[in-house]
Design a protein around this ligand. Structure first.
Ligand code: MG
Length: 380
């Protein structure tokens, strides 16, 4: 009786509903930069209690769904209940102690709601979020109000609806026909189902207008990505170095395939890093002769464009150049202005500073210049 509980999330996404508008089912439509289903999966992935996520999809959608969500997809059935049964069956080989069944269209479900369901399952067979009805309720016949309905004790049902895995599986196997939801199936089998606090932010996308409401909710949720960059270029013959897009007189130059602008390379790598999209060498292979002697602002502008394409904006970048010489301080204001211009940022969003390495190591011996950078991205 003291085994640690394990929670699986079963997200039902097999519907073909077109009430929300659009050419494709609502769960695959893009919302604030990614498909609805990806947002929903991310909500459960962020919960430490949830050890497994399964998406039940229409058989035609399985490959696409796995690609965009990165979770295991199970082919669903002709009805919602059949899809839930298919999902429960897919968990049978390595059964969790509990399962949370969730509608994919609720892509803004708050962490508190998921946590409350998991918590209530410690003491109940089932638990589901509900919201007390606060508006007065009418009956309307042919456009005219024909009566009022007492709202006392009435709640609006939400998901995820969580259950003891073995109990809900048996309940589904025994239930005849189509139920309104899994709570109805559970109650028919005599399970005790607690109602935990739901949330107005746990919106179910049903109509075209719901997309705008969901997007507004997602945009108020903080989504920050950080990336770091590090680069080194060695000194060689020359009469200047190119740093942060500026040519600075120096008795030696920096060697590299491009213009060897260690400053811009490092900021560029920080941006790719924040997106988890590789590094400068992957996007602009040094083996490709077209980048020989290239001005490094090409690389930086590519990374900046990729940030926008992925639905983010740059909050700030911070670059540290590590060298004994040339002295960076006198050039830092012009460098900041130039880099801000290249990136389409305000100067206040760009920090460029320098340090020596106290004459230690390769930078101390003036064999080259090293640089490191951090970039912060926020969802646009
Ligand atoms: Mg480089």
């Amino acid at each position: 009786m003291s085994t640690t509980p394990s929670f699986a999330a079963l997200i039902v996404a097999a519907g073909r509903g077109r009430r929300a508008g659009g050419d494709i089912p609502k769960q695959w439509q893009t919302l604030a930069g990614q498909p609805v289903a990806a947002w929903t999966v991310a909500r459960f992935r962020a919960m430490p209690q949830i050890s497994r996520i399964l998406l039940v999809v229409h058989p035609d959608d399985a490959a696409y769904a796995e690609e965009i969500t990165g979770v295991t997809c199970v082919p669903g059935g002709a009805t919602r209940a059949a899809s839930v049964r298919a999902g429960l069956a897919a968990l049978a080989e390595d059964p969790p102690s509990h399962v949370l069944i969730h509608d994919v269209a609720r892509c803004t479900v708050p962490a508190e709601v998921i946590a409350a369901v998991c918590h209530a399952l410690e003491t109940h067979d089932g638990a589901a979020p509900g919201l007390e009805v606060s508006d007065a309720l009418w009956r309307v016949d042919a456009g005219a109000i024909s009566g009022t309905q007492d709202r006392g004790g009435l709640f609006r049902a939400q998901t995820p609806q969580g259950f003891d895995y073995a109990a809900i599986t048996a309940a589904h196997d025994a239930f005849p026909g189509e139920a309104a939801d899994d709570v109805e199936v559970a109650r028919a089998a005599g399970l005790d189902v607690a109602c935990v606090p739901g949330d107005e932010a746990n919106l179910k996308i049903t109509t075209p207008g719901d997309f705008a409401r969901a997007e507004a909710l997602l945009r108020t949720t903080m989504d920050i990505r950080l990336g770091n960059g590090f680069d080194v270029h060695r000194f060689g013959p020359g009469d200047h170095v190119t740093l942060c897009g500026l040519d600075i007189p120096h008795p030696r130059g920096l060697q590299g395939h491009s213009d060897a602008d260690v400053g811009l390379h490092t900021i560029t790598d920080a941006l790719y890093g924040a997106l988890a999209e590789g590094d400068i060498g992957q996007h602009f292979p040094p083996s490709d002769p077209q980048w020989k002697g290239a001005a490094s602002d090409i690389f930086l502008k590519h990374a900046v464009a990729l940030v926008a394409e992925r639905g983010y904006r740059i909050a700030n970048v911070d670059l540290t150049l590590i060298c004994e010489a040339p002295k960076i301080g006198p050039h830092a204001p012009a460098m900041r202005a130039h880099v801000a211009g290249l990136m389409g940022l305000d100067v206040a969003q760009v920090s460029i500073k320098a340090t020596t390495s106290e004459r230690l190591g390769f930078t101390g011996r003036e064999e080259g210049i090293a640089a490191l950078a951090t970039a912060a991205l926020v969802r646009a």
